[in-house]
Ligand binder design. Sequence first.
Ligand SMILES: [Zn+2]
Length: 524
Amino acid sequence: MRTLIVLFALLASPKAFAQVPAYWQQRVDFRMVAQLDDQRHRVQGHAQIKYVNNAPDSLAFIWFHCWPNAYKDGKTAFAKQLTNERGGKARLRAMRGKGWIDSLSFLVDGIPAGMEAHPLWNDVVKLNLPKPLHSGDSILIETPFVVQLPTYGSRSGHDGRSYMICQWYPKPAVYDRKGWHPMPYLDRGEFYNDYGSYDVRITLPGSYVVAATGVLQTNDERARYTALGDRNRAVEKLDARYRNDSAQKTLHFVADNVTDFAWFADKDFIIEHDTLARAGAEAVDVFAFHHPTSDEPWQRSCSYIKDALRFYSASLGPYAYPVAQAVEGPRNDMSGGMEYPMITLVTMPGAPDSTLDVVISHEVGHNWFPMMVGSNERNFAWMDEGFNTWYEHMYSAEKYRSFGGANNYGIPDYARNRGADQLRALMYRVLKTLDASRTPINTPSADFRSDEDYGSVEYDKAALWLYALEKEVGKEPLLKAMRRYFEEWKFRHPYPEDFRASLEAALGRDLSAFFARLEAKGPL
Ligand SMILES: [Zn+2]
């Protein structure tokens, strides 16, 4: 995520002879159908989930996230978090249409299975399995579901008949080497999800354009999006056949090696399309979907996505997915971006080219952290936001000799133009003087008391922490070590100690003092 409000223990040393359990992770494959009712702003769905238990132990239950319930009333963890924020009550009030999920009725391998409420959170349920799921076995979990979409105010919902459909289906929490990780939806605090494949069929009135995680398999619609996107940027409308709301259409998307599936539907999306060639693989299909009222820089959004894909691929390792997309969000007072696999929602009203570019590229960069390297964002936001901010600073310094246009940390023009790395050095010097938070970098998102503190610690201070390491070991060795970490942990779930072990192996040195700083209260 990138909000522009602020533009700007755990690491036990390996004990001798300690038993390190072998790495494993669960696999969760989804096959879903979803029908959008744009009169009532509802999604009626059915999910089939193949859950593979790769853990060494048997499971008697599976925690499920039912996150649309976060928007149900004032008592949810999400609502309580917002209520304690400056301006949060007003944001909650503005979400006039509430959201929820119901009609769940689980079958496990065809046998009805009961649910239990979570003691604290209304958007988490425990699915009791009819019989234990043994190590190495898999089950097929099925359930219908109905989602009422809330008025858009926190990541998922609708703005009139423009749809941002995120965190919308029942989904197993992660069970990993450290146990279960059930968590409620929060505004400040992101996600932790297992890897798998998605096969999703979305039915909706014929005139909608749909942008989603994955590759659109519906060939005539895909050809149409590509052709419209390739046309000379005029405001194109879909032809009459696709303007017909009385006819429903079904669009089929597939995605593999992803942790989530988000989709966005609007009748007025303008489509931009381009491709990015890559060695040894098919070209990446690049799409942007924006509104007819969008600012002029959106016309160049595909080039920003392409530059970001080139930059992150060269810096970290190849982009693993067949498509990369950005969607313009509703024009409201929330600005920033929110990332999902292969797709990001970006709202930047009035932003100049460089700012839109840097926000889009930051969100595209999240395909590396946390989409391809699946760390627990809720507990260790620095492992995606901090890393990604360090790369974002490199991208913007190299491309613009600036940090996104809106905020150049007061660095004068003559100093900005000396060179990207000199500029970064100056910028981090300024960041260090601004680093006043007493909150340690290694703090779970839910423990922060404000977005400002969260932003300055998990983004800026964490990037500053990596920059301190860069100064100590050199930029090239650190970039190389990060490439190795990416390769080692791609499509897996690293913890901070795994990151440390990977870096120590790559750099050939003990980093205990450096990692201790993650726990330090006060400035770095
Ligand atoms: Zn981010």
